[in-house]
Design a protein around this ligand. Structure first.
Ligand code: HEM
Length: 252
């Protein structure tokens, strides 16, 4: 379908013959699908990244595995560039779709705030969390992904720790961690409610249950991320006089 017709349908909510357009529903579906994919990605990302808690060697081995070392001698950092490019594209597409739901003017935002105070409604508060964390991630996530895409060879126990501690990246990671953990799990909760995934025979009870599980996951992932970040800081601090030198695995 030509771009012009899609734009007209999105603006009017109607198609050429005046019937309700399918595009808003389609875009909603794409937003849910890309969001779910990214939430899954971040769930594994934080787990892999916490390998530092098992020691420098564990993180080094995992990094090399992602560089394809089992198949390519010495590993190939370009694999990370390609992976980061795919994630970055998905990230931008998801943010682009979400922009439809941002308040379009200051007036609209004020109306929303009045609404929020009046209703004290959980869903309105969750929407607010999504909008603010999403806005923060638009910048913070882009900085991180750009760095991963352009300097994929600078990942490892010392390289990452130097970046976090000596290059002063830790405040950025701290804010990104809080934003991404909240955004991902609140997003998953909203998907569960929106599509009624686990409603079963007693939707009210199951929704309450989902909420408890999501809150627990937020707490667990925040804690894991914070402990990992602290661990990189400690390694970076101990390594500051040798800034830039790379980790070499001891031979048995
Ligand atoms: C393929 C894409 C990605 C790669 C290769 C990657 C890699 C890494 C690496 C190696 C670190 C450790 C710190 C460092 O070396 O600078 C890290 C930390 C982190 N990444 Fe990513 N990342 C990717 C995508 C993302 C995305 C899309 C997000 C969220 C929008 C994200 C959020 C974070 C956070 C919050 C931390 C700090 C975690 C903590 O505090 O424990 N990453 N990432």
């Amino acid at each position: 379908m030509p771009q012009k017709e899609i734009t007209v349908e999105l603006l009017t909510g109607k198609d050429k013959v005046g019937k309700k357009s399918k595009w808003p529903a389609r875009l909603d579906y794409f937003q849910s699908a890309t969001g779910l994919f990214l939430a899954l990605f971040i769930t594994f990302h934080i787990l892999f990244e916490s390998s530092i808690l098992f020691g420098k060697e564990a993180m080094y081995r995992l990094t090399k595995m992602f560089e394809g070392e089992p198949f390519i001698e010495g590993g190939e950092p370009l694999i990370i560039t390609a992976l980061a490019f795919v994630i970055f594209s998905m990230f931008i597409f998801h943010a682009f779709l979400a922009m439809r739901k941002f308040p379009a003017s200051y007036k609209e935002y004020q109306r929303y705030r009045a609404h929020r105070k009046l209703l004290k409604h959980d869903d309105t508060n969750l929407w607010f969390i999504q909008i603010t964390t999403g806005f923060a991630m638009f910048f913070l996530g882009s900085i991180h992904l750009y760095m991963m895409m352009t300097s994929p060879e600078k990942i490892g126990p010392y390289a990452s720790a130097d970046r976090i501690y000596s290059d002063w990246m830790w405040p950025m990671y701290l804010l990104l961690l809080i934003s991404v953990v909240l955004h991902a799990w609140v997003g998953v909760y909203r998907l569960i409610i929106k599509w009624g995934w686990f409603d079963g025979r007693d939707p009210r009870r199951n929704r309450k249950r989902s909420k408890v599980i999501i809150k627990t996951l937020i707490a667990v992932y925040l804690l894991l991320g914070l402990v990992s970040l602290a661990s990189y800081m400690k390694i970076g601090y101990d390594h500051k006089d040798d800034y830039g030198s790379r980790y070499v695995m001891e031979k048995n």
